[in-house]
Design a protein around this ligand. Sequence first.
Ligand SMILES: C[S@@+](CC[C@H](N)C(=O)[O-])C[C@H]1O[C@@H](n2cnc3c(N)ncnc32)[C@H](O)[C@@H]1O
Length: 355
Amino acid sequence: MGKVVDFQEVSLRTFQNQTFKGIPLESRRYIGNKFKLSDWIFNLIQQNTQNCKSFLDIFAGTGVMSKKALPYYEKIIINDILHSNYLIYKAFFSSADWNFEKVNDLLQYYNQLNPAELPENYFSEHFGNKFFDYPNAKLIGYIREDLEARKNQLNEKEFAILLATLIYNIDKIANTVGHFDAYIKKKEIPYQKLELRLIEQCTHPNLEIYCQNANDLARSVEADIAYVDPPYNSRQYNRFYHVYENLAEWKKPPLFGIALKPKAENNSVYCTTKAKSAFEDLIKNLKVRYIAVSYNNTYSSKSSSSANKIQLNEIYEILSQKGETKVFEKPYKFFNAGKTEFENHKEFLFISRVY
Ligand SMILES: C[S@@+](CC[C@H](N)C(=O)[O-])C[C@H]1O[C@@H](n2cnc3c(N)ncnc32)[C@H](O)[C@@H]1O
């Protein structure tokens, strides 16, 4: 059994005479993440709710709002439909035992591998010289295969930490504008040494982690407050982050098209014309005392895929049927992945006290 390692110990651990600090949860490119808005959102939640002991982050994405909530609630429930996010939550948040030396020894082993000596593999065959430079694509595929082979020597937490560490580090060298809907066309992607640096720990003793459709989960869990931050346009997150979904599941599916995506599965209803009725159903079935909903108007008339599937007034009407609802707004400078600045962009937060 590995030794129990707590957050303090891991973040400030001295490793080979150097002070060690893990990669923070928020150090990741993720569309629509609320890191920069998290203080604003969290302060409003705290000012407008009372006696809340449990926090449900039901469309958690990167998990930055759950991280923010850790010190303030006795129980945290974190959920997202993506397999890669589920793995990342286990890696960062779960308080299960794990062995620091064992994980670090493996990372050291991976860091001294020479990509030139590694064989071609599923990952390099598909993504080499596209989403990643070719040598690193070989290295990533090799490491993922090696982790699979070591599954019986690693516990669930160790496996999750190693795979999330791989994902967080390759995020920094991916040849993209921040997601895998497309790669940047280049004759040759310059090689950068991939050095795997361990992720941080943000554990909580009473935490539940789910990978479910939010509407199903709403029916089976209870909390004092739910934070609701669904996608509002037609862009499916499983398509944007298909490379991480592929790594998390490692079923090595056949891939199609220029962006090398697998056949679509676990698509979100929130990115379709049924979004409004899904949202209505969710709000109706949430078993909570307060609901906080994020909303923004990133609609650009040039792109129909960025048009919101639910309108601001519809959110207000649906929430008002469930509870006494307040709306807060904040002008917010927003850039999409292509660096387009949206004008008059506003971020909204609804807070409802359930009747
Ligand atoms: C706007 S992002 C949330 C961002 C998050 N608040 C953050 O700060 O990182 C929406 C998230 O909802 C997830 N999602 C979409 N449809 C879902 C569904 N039906 N059930 C659960 N999660 C879903 C997506 O995978 C995505 O991570």
